[in-house]
Design a protein around this ligand. Structure first.
Ligand SMILES: Nc1ncnc2c1ncn2[C@@H]1O[C@H](COP(=O)(O)OP(=O)(O)OP(=O)(O)O)[C@@H](O)[C@H]1O
Ligand SMILES: [Mg+2]
Length: 211
């Protein structure tokens, strides 16, 4: 199924924009205010790592970025298009073809677990098993986890991780704290190669910890 053309149009504008995003779970007396005004723009071809303590809102933000959930308020634009304006069919296309996911809890060495994590949202999306596996391998390949090297394929990558080792290879590192952007550091130019990935599998555990 082709993507809506207004979603795929190339341009200089940021590929992803979050504008004052709030997320409140269970609105009412027991509500949980998780995202408290997140604004950021992601350039095409960037490689962004989102870090932050447990409960800071990373998965909530990723679910919104991945169109698996909607914000309580604020705007989310993909290629300049307000996601809230898309029809269900267009959203399904965006989810299936425009967006890929890498979840935070993968392990660089245990590839099966990486695959399982990447496949998870596709399970929710009702994608068949063989297709899930194919897409997961492709997605991991794009961030260099499939063969241990980063692939500068020009794709835009937003990765959520607790691992300093993983964030070290991102071009930009954003830290969330209590539902807000606490820090935002550029480590390599958007257009350049991502910082080199060391071959973690070739190192002993203590060497990895010391690096
Ligand atoms: N469906 C929900 N209903 C109510 N509260 C929720 C829901 N989902 C998440 N939360 C709460 O929102 C906060 C942020 O959760 P989130 O999963 O986004 O954090 P996280 O940064 O991904 O944490 P972790 O590193 O542990 O995965 C937590 O306090 C969590 O308990
Ligand atoms: Mg999480």
């Amino acid at each position: 199924m082709p993507l809506p053309t207004h979603v795929t149009a190339e341009g200089d504008r940021p590929v992803l924009v979050l504008d004052d995003i709030h997320k409140i779970y269970n609105p009412g007396p027991l509500q949980v205010h998780v995202l408290k005004g997140i604004s950021l723009a992601v350039e095409r071809g960037d490689y962004v790592a989102i870090m932050g303590h447990s409960g800071s809102g990373k998965s909530t933000m990723l679910n919104i970025l991945g169109c698996l959930d909607v914000p309580s308020s604020g705007k989310y634009l993909i290629d300049g298009v307000d996601v809230a304006q898309l029809t269900e069919a267009e959203l399904a296309d965006v989810r299936n073809q425009f967006l890929g996911f890498v979840f935070q809890s993968f392990n660089l060495v245990r590839r099966t677990s990486a695959l399982a994590n990447v496949e998870l949202p596709l399970v929710y999306a009702g994608v068949a098993k063989s297709e899930r596996r194919r897409r997961a391998i492709t997605a991991l390949g794009l961030v260099g986890l499939e063969d241990g090297r980063l692939n500068a394929a020009g794709r835009t990558i937003v990765i959520i991780t607790h691992e300093d080792d993983v964030a070290a290879h991102a071009k930009r590192v954003i830290t969330l704290a209590d539902g807000r952007v606490a820090s935002d550091h550029r480590k390599a130019p958007v257009a350049g190669e991502p910082p080199r990935l060391i071959d973690l599998t070739a190192l002993e555990d203590d060497e990895v910890a010391a690096s």
